[in-house]
Write a protein that binds this ligand. Sequence first.
Ligand code: NZQ
Ligand code: ZN
Length: 390
Amino acid sequence: MNNFIFENATKVFFGKGCVKEYLCCLTKGYGDTVMLAYGGGSIKRNGVYDEVTAILKAAGKNIVEFPGIMANPTYTKVLEGARLAKENNVGLILGIGGGSVMDCCKAVSIAARYQGDVWADFWARPGIFDFDPLPLGVIVTVAGTGSECNGGAVITNEELKIKTGRDYPKCNPRFALLDPTYTYSVPKFQMVSGGFDILSHIMEIYFSEPDEDNVSDDIAEALMRNVIRNLRVAVKNPEDYTARSNLMWDATMAENRIIKLGKRTDFQCHQMEHQLGAYTDCNHGAGLAVLHPVYYRHIYKEGLAKFKKFAENVWGISAEGKTDEEIARAGINALEDFILEIGLPVNLRELGVDENTDLKAIADSCTIVSGSYKKLTHEEILGIFKECFN
Ligand code: NZQ
Ligand code: ZN
């Protein structure tokens, strides 16, 4: 395994009823004013807003609302939140939602305490902290990104057409409340999109060196099997508590840095999806579903032994009578079949991407990572995007 340092500063409260039980005491020590940050209104429809505001009011907090955080949050929205936080002397941001809300809140927590150009100094390049970001706590309402337990924040700069993320440990939420019943109301498409995002994170870590026996890969295989099994159950019965609990914790486990320990990690597919999102505003998990099988068919020969292991240990493909390449390809086919089975798109047309989209501009703006089994060129990335229209 490669050398590593591990820290995760987020305290997690997991399980049915955790908000009611712990939120009040968790908000102590952060002043009188809480900024309540959320998305387009699902929390008002499913009762979470009423539950949380009642707890905050009973705790004597002033509530400053920061609603309307969109999927694929923009830098403009970040600056709006930072202005609100500064004007109202906010002591704690409480983000309620999925990755978009949590990521936007992390960026707000920096922007509210920083005088300079936040995009230039923290997203265009790695930032330097000589200050503490505004404290953040989160209540997760959809399983997927794992943003609740890392410092990652993926933000879209609409003007520059760049969607990019940075992971700053200083932005880890102080606390994360995970009640699986809060995810019952997530529409099916968003649920499977989040589920695939979990699987994608695990694969992006698993398919990278080192490949000799290591505990991170073993955990990754168990997690992948768990996601596949429980997503199938949740598709049939969205209110299966066991399935929703597993998916919620799978999401956190995939992105709380634990299975990254000792690994280089890949994340080329994420880089491609982020730029596709910057140009088309596509759904994150669905974009990944389109890209992954095509990307893997492009690189599997360079990581043949690992793709073979994936086929056998994750999808239960029998090796009997097959060459290594046939086994590896059967694993990628099984992944694609699963994408179809759960109802995610398998090409860019189904994802809603216009045929006239400037794929070359998207490909040219993708970051090329060093952890992939095959270091891609921008031409190869363009080829992958084009293939995703077939
Ligand atoms: O906005 P509302 O009305 O709340 O509706 C949301 C939104 O439309 C809905 N939703 C959430 N919880 C719900 C619910 N609807 C009904 N009931 C509930 N309980 O779900 C929709 C999507 O929400 P969003 O937060 O956008 O989804 P997700 O969690 O997939 O986040 C995607 C964003 O996170 C970034 C992605 O790039 C994208 O911008 N990522 C963040 C990462 C990180 N910080 O570690 C890693 C990921 O790889 C990813 O890049
Ligand atoms: Zn993701």
